[in-house]
Design a protein around this ligand. Structure first.
Ligand code: FE2
Length: 263
């Protein structure tokens, strides 16, 4: 059930009703995602829920455009190519089933699906977990001096109450999350997840793995996820991943995160 909530949030499983008005607004095609017989290609690049330059200055438009139209689009394209190679008609080709990496799929194909399904799911989730900043700097400032993002916190949300209960304060949670994001060696993701009882934890996954996959050590239902691949930040932040991570706090869509926590 918990897994299903996350996947409904992504709006990618065919045949399931959408639980969020936000997703309905995205008009994702639900019916093409279930099986190759239904082709054309079952997975689609979802629309961005904001303009390409609306996350400025924290996520610059050039990086976001490349990230979305090249990197994310490539995951979708490669995923569709990989699932065309699946010969076993008994395998359900929805996202939840594929995340379990069925044994009857060859290892080579499993790896392609793992990387590209993860890339598609993670980026779809990532776009939805962001929203345009409330207070943009009126003049260019050094990214090292960006605001902390505290203006976006709403301590009346159940999620933020749970975070404060577990991490003592929002600042305490932010420190733990930032350290996790900085600790990813090479490419990967940092996550805030909940378990079946609603307990929160912070962790990381390598490459395009996510905490729902059968192959990952760190597991849970994603509440927040931060892409720390260099393709997400290098044009603007170069090797200063810490500045990119700090900038992220000015874009977190806490209302959406809270909905996920409560669902
Ligand atoms: Fe990415």
């Amino acid at each position: 059930m918990e897994r299903r909530v996350f996947l409904e949030y992504l709006g990618i499983i065919g045949g399931l009703s959408l639980s969020s008005n936000y997703l309905m607004a995205l008009d994702l095609n639900q019916d093409k995602s279930t099986h190759l017989k239904d082709g054309p290609p079952p997975f689609l690049l979802p629309p961005l829920p904001y303009g390409i330059n609306q996350l400025e200055p924290y996520f610059d438009a050039v990086t976001l455009e490349i990230h979305y139209t090249k990197h994310h689009a490539a995951y979708v394209s490669n995923l569709n190519a990989a699932i065309k190679q699946i010969q076993d008609n008994s395998i359900k080709l929805d996202m939840a089933s594929l995340m379990m990496m069925p044994d009857s799929i060859s290892k080579d194909l499993q790896n392609k699906i793992r990387n590209n399904l993860g890339g598609h799911a993670n980026h779809s989730f990532f776009w939805l977990s962001l929203s345009p900043p409330k207070n943009k700097p009126t003049t260019p400032i050094d990214p090292a001096q960006y605001p902390t993002g505290e203006d976006r916190w709403n301590v009346n949300n159940r999620l933020e109450k749970a975070i404060i209960a577990q991490y003592k304060s929002m600042e305490g949670f932010k420190t733990v999350f930032n350290e996790a994001a900085k600790s990813v060696f090479g490419s990967g993701w940092a996550w805030l997840v909940k378990d079946a009882k609603g307990k929160l934890s912070v962790g990381t996954t390598p490459n395009q793995d996510n905490p729902l996959m059968s192959t990952t050590v760190f597991k849970g239902i994603p509440i927040l996820g931060l892409d720390v691949w260099e393709h997400a930040y290098y044009l603007k932040y170069q090797n200063q991943r810490a500045n990119y991570i700090n900038a992220y706090w000015n874009l977190i869509n806490w209302e959406q995160a809270n909905k996920l926590f409560e669902s």
